[in-house]
Write a protein that binds this ligand. Structure first.
Ligand SMILES: Cc1ncc(C[n+]2csc(CCOP(=O)(O)OP(=O)(O)O)c2C)c(N)n1
Ligand SMILES: [Mg+2]
Length: 814
């Protein structure tokens, strides 16, 4: 492996760094950090093997380059990385050794474990961008790490947005007044990724987009030659990612990447390289790739298995010799910066510090759990009775007391079992039963907050708190096309909110495939109404990154069918963000798309069950027309929640009335609308099916069947005030109708209404669903008619329900 730098290094920067390195204290401090991080990894693994922690993945073997990288990471900068970055996090001050152990144990206390409050596996890092009320902190005054996710390369799409924000803050004059988020766009977005994960499409897509956009994005590839047990030979063409990416490299008069390659154990060279690369990136907004080779895994991949199973003895010997910490130590000795005794002392001090941090973290983690257990035991021990069951209770208490390292599950599970055994007719036990029941209620509430809060925003700006404002529509309102309503609404949005922007395929120059943004790029500029490449995953990632930095992006996915390309990003990253940081970060991104029936297999999709079941944490709004859609954009922009808004594809050319208060009215989310009152059957639907339902209701009226038609309007959240239940109480018959697959979103609605709302008891007839076929829709109007449910199908099913209810009044028709 050669030590070479693809770009010629700038000599004066190198000299400057070398001089700095001569400062002995700096070098020794760095060595100490490397040793502390290593000891944390070694002791961390032991915590897992002795059962105190569940799973461990660590940063050993990657310490030295991360220390070099941390030297150039400034306040306001951002990281989007993965589980190997513990040394970087420690060296940059975004993470402490105590937090390292708190995270490993899964401590739910935000003070001990501020990154995620026990929700993420260990070494998934993040800083807090929000205060306890959900308001932004001054992000330029702190170092920032976006919250890690486990899917390999999943950190890449959002990295693009984090970097693009700097470019926008520097170049869009309208953002100058937006304080706290940027200092003239001088912030660099640092990405890290393992060598094997560069095989993922997300990596290449992000790289290409960053090259096109020319943003201050700096990716380091930690190359240890392995992706668990699969070697580089099976991961990367030519077994060399920087060689492979040479085509991305910036040449004279061309835009591209700066590409560096350096050995991961060469401390001075790494410091020089990062100093140069990042200063160019920061100043010129040129993207950079650092390929850090020759890294190792002293303890193998993770605590899940040993690397001796798949690495040869030669490989393991090589890893021992080229361990970056060993090489760092050798370099210090060779250059007589310190002697062996001094380094031994540093190593001993590092070990002591790590042990002390571990012990404090363990105590902080265990004390409250033990206290909770003691409260239960005390409550139980206050009253005894001679009945037989008392012996069983005593045994449960005894077993619980014997657990030396209890977890909450032990206490709650014991408490529930004890409650089952408290006899109800014994006067001595009566107070105990009451005390235990209230203890259990309280504990379940506390644990719900500990483990289940913040799926959505819990701040005052939650979308649920946005006050609805009715669209101002009256008899004389101007009749226009749906497209024009949306266009006028977007115009108002961009005129009034300087930090809003929209981007996607074809949205810029032509104003979108349906011209809902017509003329807006000319009016608001290319930084706000922007064409992108065909890259759905990074369109969404771009939105997440921008929203994390305080902007209000709308990411456009041209058709709902193509959302699948971005669904991983939506599901794993955006939907979990507030939850996995326990309210520490937010990305109030709007994903705008259009769907439901139009034409053929890929422009007629309405896969709502796929979406609502994979992106809980993002609101999913399914307006029936563009007036409704526009109102949803306004609602979400007034909130700090993310949302997916699906415009009905076949509604752009239909006529609607232009609201007088365009840009201002707000449609509440989770509130269905009763469109037609009726008394025989409740028909529940949404989106493009609403018009079909309206047609069917008219056909049914001719047969003297009165249908109550409800447009749910929003699937997540769903009917917050139980309006559907009210209708069911009246009609006692219900049909859920959509164009998803059988058992799809209709099954979801049934569960909500019958189980959650308790609608079951009001049914006089079997509840029914009407959906599309299992296959996707065939081409053309007949393909749609025979693949998707149509007005005749609705008629038939409602009629059938009425026939079953009253065969005499409604005889068989066909
Ligand atoms: C999408 C996805 N597939 C598989 C995994 C399981 N997995 C976790 S780490 C890993 C190997 C990653 O190797 P590399 O990128 O080289 O990082 P390293 O651990 O070597 O630093 C795999 C396959 C995952 N987390 N995500
Ligand atoms: Mg690897």
């Amino acid at each position: 492996m050669r030590n070479l730098c693809l770009r010629k290094k700038t000599d004066n920067i190198k000299t400057l760094v070398n001089n700095k390195l001569k400062e002995r204290d700096v070098v020794l401090k760095d060595y100490q950090t490397a040793c502390e991080s290593r000891q944390a990894s070694l002791l961390g693994r032991r915590e897992v093997l002795t059962g105190k922690a569940k799973f461990g993945i660590f940063g050993d073997g990657k310490e030295v380059p991360q220390i070099a990288m941390a030297k150039v990471f400034r306040d306001g900068d951002w990281r989007s990385g993965y589980y190997r970055d513990q040394t970087f996090m420690l060296a940059s001050g975004m993470f402490t050794l105590e937090e390292f152990f708190a995270q490993l144990y899964g401590d739910t206390n935000l003070e001990s474990n501020p990154g995620n409050g026990g929700r993420l596996m260990n070494n998934h890092f993040s800083t807090r961008s929000l205060d306890s009320e959900g308001n932004w902190k001054e992000l330029t005054k702190q170092k920032n790490s976006s919250a890690d996710i486990s899917p390999t390369a999943g950190q890449m799409p959002r990295l693009l947005g984090l970097a693009l924000a700097s470019k926008l803050f520097r170049n869009n004059p309208g953002l100058k007044s937006c304080s706290g988020f940027s200092n003239n766009g001088n912030e660099v977005a640092f990405g890290t990724i393992g060598d094997a994960s560069t095989s993922e499409g997300h990596f290449m897509e992000t790289l290409n987009a960053a090259g096109v956009l020319q943003v201050p994005l700096a990716i380091s590839v930690w190359d240890d030659g392995w992706g668990i047990s699969v070697p580089k030979k099976l991961q990367t063409t030519k077994e060399n990612i920087s060689e492979l990416l040479k085509g991305f490299e910036q040449k004279k008069n061309e835009l591209g990447f700066l590409i560096y390659r350096e050995n991961g154990w060469d401390y001075p060279a790494l410091c020089t390289m990062y100093e140069e690369g990042i200063s160019l990136c920061r100043k010129n907004h040129v993207p950079v790739l650092f390929h850090i080779t020759g890294l190792t895994q002293p303890q193998g991949h993770s605590t899940s298995g040993s690397h001796e199973r798949y690495k040869t003895k030669e490989q393991l010997d090589w890893e021992k010799r080229f361990d970056c910490n060993v090489q760092f130590r050798n370099w210090i000795l060779e250059n007589e910066i310190a002697d062996i005794r001094e380094l031994d002392e540093i190593e001993a001090a590092a070990l002591k510090l790590v042990k002390d941090s571990r012990d404090r973290a363990w105590k902080n983690f265990q004390d409250p759990i033990k206290k909770e257990r003691d409260i239960l035991i005390r409550t139980v021990q206050t009253s005894h009775c001679p009945c037989k069951k008392q012996q069983r209770i005593d045994k449960i208490v005894d077993d619980l007391q014997k657990i030396t390292e209890p977890i909450r599950k032990d206490t709650i599970s014991s408490g529930k079992k004890i409650l089952r055994d408290v006899c109800t007719n014994c006067s001595m036990k009566k107070p105990m039963k009451a005390d235990l029941s209230s203890w259990l209620d309280e504990q379940l509430n506390i644990n719900a907050e500990r483990y289940s809060s913040h799926l959505y925003s819990e701040s005052a700006k939650s979308a649920l708190n946005v006050k609805d404002v009715y669209p101002d529509i009256h008899e004389n309102s101007k009749v226009v096309t749906g497209r024009e309503v949306l266009q006028a609404n977007f115009d108002r949005i961009f005129a009034t909110n300087p930090n809003t922007l929209i981007f996607g395929e074809d949205v810029g120059k032509i104003g979108g495939v349906n011209q809902t943004l017509e003329g807006l790029q000319a009016k608001y500029g290319e930084f706000r109404i922007t064409d992108t490449g065909i890259r759905e995953a990074t369109i969404i990632g771009q939105g997440i990154g921008l929203a994390l930095r305080g902007l209000r992006p709308i990411a456009e996915i041209q058709y709902f069918d193509y959302l699948l390309y971005g669904l991983q990003v939506l599901s794993d990253d955006l939907a979990t963000l507030q939850y996995r940081t326990k309210g520490g970060q937010k990305a109030p991104l709007i994903i705008s798309t259009r769907g439901h029936r139009l034409e053929g297999i890929w422009h007629s999709g309405s896969p709502l069950s796929m979406v609502i079941n994979s992106i809980r944490g993002v609101h999913v709004l399914v307006p029936r027309n563009m007036t409704q859609a526009a109102g949803f954009y306004n609602t979400i922009l007034a909130s700090d929640d993310p949302a997916l808004i699906i415009e009905p594809l076949n509604g752009y050319r239909l006529k609607e009335k232009m609201p007088g208060n365009i840009g201002e009215y707000k449609i509440p989310i989770g509130i269905p609308e009763v469109l037609i009152n009726g008394k025989d059957v409740t028909l529940v639907t949404y989106g493009a099916c609403v018009r079909i339902a309206q047609e069917a209701v008219l056909q049914l009226k001719d047969f003297d069947i009165s249908v109550e038609l409800i447009d749910v309007r929003s699937l997540l959240p769903f009917d917050r005030n139980h309006a559907i239940l009210e209708s069911l109480k009246k009609t006692n018959k219900i049909l859920f109708f959509d164009e998803d697959v059988p058992g799809g979103a209709t099954a979801y609605m049934i569960q909500k209404v019958l189980e959650e709302q308790g609608g079951f008891q009001y049914l006089d007839a079997e509840p029914r669903t009407l959906t599309a076929n299992e296959h996707r829709p065939a081409y053309s109007t007949d393909g749609d008619y025979f693949s998707n449910p149509n007005a005749e199908d609705v008629f038939d099913l409602v009629y059938e329900m009425m026939h079953e209810y009253s065969p005499a009044r409604f005889p068989t028709l066909y």
